[in-house]
Structures are given as C-alpha cells and as structure tokens.
Design a protein. Structure first.
Length: 247
C-alpha cells in the first residue's frame, strides 16, 4: 500500500484537523523520542505518541510492575505483575502500531551512556529528582529538547526546555539543586490516578506539538490542579547563577 494512503487511512481524524497535514504525519513517522520512566506518566505518554504516529520510541525504566502501581498506571494489568514495564509497554505499542519501532533499556537513565538513547526529544516521566537533574544536565550539554513532567497529590506540572545553542534556560534554573535529591514525590506525597493521566496527556500533547514545530510556549511551566480543575502557565526566566549556564 502507498504510504500516503496508509497514513490517511490510519490517521484520518488527525490529518483533517485544520492545523495538521499529511506532511505532518509523514514527519512524525521519522521522529525518534525517548521516554525516561514508564510508570504513571511514561506509560500513557508512550502509548499516545505511538498511537499518534511517532516512528521510533526508546523506553528507559529498570522497574517491574507491582500491584501498588495499578491504581494509576492503567496500561498494566494484574497479569503483568513482576514483568518489566518496558517489555509490557513495548508489546502493547507494537500491537497498537506495528510501524512504531521500540527500543527498551532496563536500567536507570544515569547508568546508560546518554548517546545510546539520545534522540530528538527526551520526555522526563520519572518520579525522582536525581533522574530529573541528571537528564536535564545531559540534555543541556547536548542541546536536546527536554520535556519534563511531575505529579504529586492533586497537582502536576509540565515544562519543555528547548536547550538551544544560543540561549540558556533549564530545569535547574527553575528548581536549583538543594535538599534531598533522592526524594520520591509519589511515594512520599501520594498521588491521585486521574491526575496522573491528565498531566500525561498534556505532556504528550506539548511534546507532539513541539516535534511538529507547532508549540511556542517553551521555557514555560504549566501548573495543573485536579482539585481546582485548572491550568496556569508562567514563563521561566534564565538563571544567571545556574551552574549549567555557559553563556
């Protein structure tokens, strides 16, 4: 089947959108992205991006599915308990969209050479600060766009840092390293399942728009409250004292 006909048949509802096109769909097929953390955020982000037509996805997570995950990590089932999350998601994605190629890494992100999973965008779906800071530094140093998200209690936040060569504004500018970077947000504060899905959907949408050059709100933090059912956004300013700022 001609690739255009195949894309139109599968992604018709996207392609007919006013700000979308067959060329956009073809471009998505050529994109490679990496998702760090395949739990409550990473699992829906990976599924939505694969379903939208992203051509290659790298999944990084050392964890196996546990029963305590299931209230918010809804792409896993009871029968998956004990299985590696990346393996379960890889199987799900490849059955959903056979044109999406999936690579898996059963390691913590800082234990892998960044070049092994570096791609056109890194999606930080982790639940700990050590991962977030190490990913941010690697993305800044390699000028890779960094789409970060986190959830705690009934609140979430998303920010996309473009990490361009001629400017500096990063996660460390927003949240300078201090305190216990090994703290785990979800484990310590708890989290409501639908809040995670809401934030994950927004993170996938923001990343998708950026991949297609349709997103202008980089270096902006989106704060989501499921308690108030609200989204607020604020511009993030570069921090001249940020240790990663080489300009």
């Amino acid at each position: 089947m001609d690739i255009n006909n195949s894309l139109v048949s599968r992604f018709y509802s996207q392609i007919i959108l006013e700000d979308f096109s067959i060329q956009d769909q073809e471009n998505l097929l050529k994109k490679e992205i990496t998702i760090i953390g395949c739990g409550g955020l990473g699992s829906p982000v990976s599924i939505y991006l694969a379903a939208s037509g992203v051509g290659r996805i790298n999944l990084v997570d050392p964890d196996v599915v546990e029963i305590r995950n299931l209230h918010r990590q809804v792409f896993f089932q009871e029968e998956d308990i004990g299985e590696f999350k990346v393996d379960v998601l890889k199987d799900h994605i490849e059955r959903l969209n056979s044109h999406c190629k999936v690579n898996t890494f059963k390691s913590k992100s800082w234990e892998i050479n960044f070049n092994e999973y570096s791609s056109e965008m890194i999606f930080d779906c982790s639940d700990n600060f050590r991962t977030k800071y190490s990913l941010n530094e690697a993305c800044v140093n390699n000028n890779v766009p960094f789409c970060n998200a986190s959830v705690s209690d009934s609140d979430g936040q998303i920010a996309l840092f473009a990490n361009k060569v001629d400017s500096h504004c990063c996660y460390n500018c927003l949240f300078p390293e201090n305190g216990d970077i090994d703290a785990n947000d979800c484990a310590e504060a708890g989290v409501l399942g639908p809040t995670v899905s809401l934030v994950a959907s927004l993170q996938a949408l923001i990343g998708l728009k950026y991949l297609l050059n349709k997103f202008n709100d980089t270096e902006t933090i989106f704060r989501v409250s499921s308690k108030k059912i609200s989204i607020e956004k604020n511009k993030i300013l570069s921090n001249s004292s940020c240790r990663l700022n080489k300009l």
